[in-house]
Design a binder for this molecule. Sequence first.
Ligand code: SF4
Length: 403
Amino acid sequence: MKKVLAERGHTIVEEINKADVVIINTCTVRYETEQKMIKRIKYFIAKHRDKKLVVAGCMAKAQPYLVASIAPSASLVSPQNAPHIWMAVEAPGRVLLLSDIRDNTILGYWHKGAVAEIPIQEGCLGNCSFCIVRRARRRLISYPIERIVSLVKDALRKGVVEIRLAGQDTASYGIDIYGKPALPKLLSTLKEIKGTFMIRIGMMNPDTLLPIIDELIDAINNDDRIYRFLHIPLQSGSNSVLKVMRRKYTVEDYIYIVKLLRRKIPEISIATDIIVGHPGERDEDFAATLRILEMLEPDRIHVAGYTLRPNTAAAAMEQVPTNIKKKRLAQIMKLVEEIGLRKHRTYLGKTVEVFTVERGRGITARTRNYIPVVINEHIVNVGKWIHVRINDATFFDLRGTIL
Ligand code: SF4
């Protein structure tokens, strides 16, 4: 949106007092996020009545009536209409741009410092019972390989050293435009670009990963500039809950994937997501999730307590009581920290090669398998491979000194 507006001659300002129009780009993936967005919109209405308000993003698309009830004069712009944001900004009155058709020839990207987040696709082929994102991004929309390549080149020219290929399900990339999954092809095309930078592949679902797993392994093994890291949400370790969630894989599929990846890419680290307290989760299902995490020891585990989202199938199901959910969350968090710490402690005292990506008070670097390493010195620029001795570890990151 910033790119489109800047190209039309608008000036992007960060301070609200200097703005004529304010755009609130919303997320509504969880109940808490929704509440934050509502608070932000209400604050704006109370303090800046004189300014024009545009509410963009997933909340505008998935919950337009909710937004309209708190901000009746705000224009609404769906995620797919981001390239047309200028219409809402320039129109004298209220504008509703809520269709879910996207012009995939227009692609912007976000970059902060030396890290760029480049969307390669949006939406998915799933229909998960808990998911409101599906209401906001109904179809799979991929961007053509050439567009992504030119954006990557543009980002590198601006000093970016870490490219994050983002999407709701990157393994389904290309199915809509090429008739088959094209993530491995995209990666092999990016291999042709010269330069010192690293690529992080974004989240992918087990069911869409399975058909391309061999090709993807080859693509990763063929390019040193791809982090040995994949983010594959498991969500639950119980087949019965996966069924209620309408996930399209089994626990056995997931185990197969992790074992295969670890055999073929020995240094790979695997991140996963777990939802605790989804409708239908009994004590034995939760216990199965703990067991599978103990067994597979994913390198990073994101845990979220289930929150009810409107207009989703799970909203109509019998809910797990809050006190049970809280108890399970406390239990799983303990395990997550134990696993993280256990894995990270194996690095203590070792020398590792890391890639520098962020400079602040110190440096944040990444191992080749994407573990963050915090270094309390700032003598090195971003985009360099350096040797570091690891002298401390938390469940979340490593701490080191430059050799
Ligand atoms: S795969 Fe499921 S959780 Fe992911 S975006 Fe699609 S519907 Fe939502």
